[in-house]
Design a binder for this molecule. Sequence first.
Ligand code: T4K
Length: 362
Amino acid sequence: MKKIFVTRPYFPPKEDYKSYIDQIWDVQQLTNHGPLHNELEKEIKSYLCVENFHFVTNGTLALQIALRALDVTSGEVITTPFSYVATVSSILWERCTPVFVDINPKTFCIDVDKIEAAITDNTKAIMGVHVFGYPCAVEGIEALAKKYNLKVIYDGAHAFGCRYKEKSLLDYGDIAISSFHATKVFHTIEGGGMISRGAEMKRKIGLLRSFGHIGDEHFELGINAKSSEMQAAMGLCNLKKFEEIVAARRKICELYDEILPMEKIQRPEMPENLEYNYGYYPVAFKDEVACLKVMDVLNQNNIFPRRYFYPSLNTLPYVEQVACPISDSLSKRILCLPLYHDLEEETVRQIAALISEALGAA
Ligand code: T4K
């Protein structure tokens, strides 16, 4: 029996990918900002309508470079406990201290009304996560950042293709990053993107991702976050199909909306002015028992949703543990249901029926 996972990467037509591979063989450049890499950067920059766009190795390094680029190399960074571990690991890896602020129970993003109380003389930045592609309270966060002179980094790992208030959701904050990992709605196998503003930021991120030097001239400490031509080729293929992929995922989400027992399920609030990318389909249940029961029933039928995101990051063994009751509760009772471009209608109906059955709603 076929296994159904939470996601399945999009594979572009092989001929399309092959034509790029032929170009790589002709040009004989594999990495270090080759022609396909540069073409992809140009295309994404224009697709997102942003000032600066850098293609990097993955979303995690993008977060680390964002902290460095904004000179956040010590002190406290206010962040959310409800995310993938990479959000907090990047802060710790850069030797900063994460300070968790609980989430808004409706949006699942950091609660802007609780941020001010967490700001101290040591606070350097706010790192919000547009979790599942739903926007943080960007205006409120910007106002706080201005008031206390803080940097704002958005982890938009899930937000590629989301538009909020008529512009890319990745065009908010001092720097936003995205992940182009194979499991993402747009992917380059492994990869990430950094969105910033101004010539100085463009220069700085360019240097940081590439050892800090140009030719024989060394400017500052850098790291290797470059991407290969193979990854760029995958990105170029997938970008052409992006609207099609989003449309297919939208149809699946609409079907879930229609047939799931919504009276027993909580979904994040879809804000006005959001054009969504349909990257994830999170569903929260009344408690952990219900969540695990649903998971068990689905697993018995070879269907594997994921506990995105569990555990709540404020409970990790290597962070200072603070109470974030809303995130703690949500993490224990949320699942992301299978969602990908060619998930069959019949499977979506089967998933919904099994969930109804598990919840006693059938
Ligand atoms: N910030 C946030 C908020 C993030 O969510 C992430 C990453 C990051 C930062 C960091 O970005 P990157 O450094 O990764 O660019 C996955 C991804 O590895 C990770 O990118 C992602 N978020 C996270 C939410 O999910 P896992 O451990 O759940 O992946 P895995 O391998 O279990 O894949 C899920 C399912 O997808 C599998 O059960 C089967 C299917 N799959 C997966 C792959 C890789 C395939 O069918 N084929 C494949 O090639 O982490």
